[in-house]
Design a protein. Structure first.
Length: 282
């Protein structure tokens, strides 16, 4: 396993939504190449790249065609579980390039398919939590995260920054739909606009730079709900999204402090604004 690029700790974890490798000691997001390297050929793990090679030069044509057919069925099945059937060509082409059209079989191939699905969606700026892919292929998040790293490295890709606004939209909608007492459409729309504005401010203020996006989304959700007198529990929301409550509370405090600083600099009565009365002045 690699070590943290900042504090050198080996306590690295994979974020369940973004797929980022992060240090649990200092919270710094790691580069893709910090993942432990491992590779595969058509029969499983081998050296240090993703190239899968061939299973031998003597096997007959019908065997190869059968293997490809079965492998593409696996791709179709995994995409169906994720409701992403329309992405078949992109995922299939990516796997063809990586494996040099040899494909493969077994659990490692399922993980490769899952990694390619995730990368395709990230390239398209579409939100797909890493945990959703893990559930669809039956692997742990670190195994999938390492495969994503190898795919990105092998194809020399530069993935776009994670869409934190898209994440907020998805989390908010899922949270609203799961409530017993539904929030009205007008209020819901208002809260979404407030949340997006706050996230854009946090990006501008560098509150989200190099940090896990999910705790920032939780912090904004809590602030927006409190601003509109909607009941919410930061502990419950953090638990649902599989992130540390302490980190979410820290992002929330940072958000309040930034808002207070802005209010003091721009409002005529700014000197009277503090974290306790910021809601009144928001």
């Amino acid at each position: 396993m690699g070590s943290c690029k900042s504090c050198k700790s080996t306590s690295l974890i994979v974020d369940s939504v973004t797929g980022n490798l992060e240090c649990s000691s200092c919270g710094v997001v790691q580069d893709f190449n910090n993942f432990e390297q491992q590779t595969f050929n058509a029969d499983g793990p081998v050296d240090t790249n993703v190239r899968l090679g061939s299973s031998g030069s003597g096997y007959d044509y019908s065997y190869r065609e059968t293997k490809i057919y079965q492998a593409q069925n696996i791709i179709t099945d995994i995409l169906s579980r994720l409701d992403l059937q329309q992405r078949f060509d992109e995922v299939n082409n990516m796997i063809k390039i990586i494996t040099e059209e040899e494909y493969g079989s077994g659990n490692w191939f399922n993980v490769l398919v899952g990694a390619c699905v995730y990368v395709v969606m990230r390239k398209a700026n579409k939100l797909l939590p890493l945990t959703s892919v893990c559930d669809s292929i039956g692997c742990d998040i670190y195994e999938l995260g390492r495969m994503v790293s190898r795919v990105v490295d092998h194809l020399d890709l530069k993935l776009p920054d994670f869409d934190i606004v898209g994440l907020f939209n998805r989390v908010f909608k899922e949270w609203v739909s799961g409530r017993n007492n539904n929030i009205g459409k007008d209020l819901s729309g208002k809260m979404v606009k407030q949340g997006i504005f706050l996230l854009q401010c946090m990006i501008k203020w560098y509150v989200t730079t190099g940090r896990r996006p999910v705790p920032a989304v939780v912090a904004v959700m809590v602030f927006v709900c409190e601003l509109n007198d909607v009941e919410i529990s930061i502990d419950d929301l953090a638990g649902q999204l599989n992130v540390a409550v302490a980190t979410c509370k820290l992002r929330y405090k940072e958000l309040l402090k930034c808002l207070v600083d802005v209010a003091r600099a721009n409002l005529p009565w700014g000197d009277d604004v503090n974290v306790k009365n910021i809601m009144i002045n928001a």
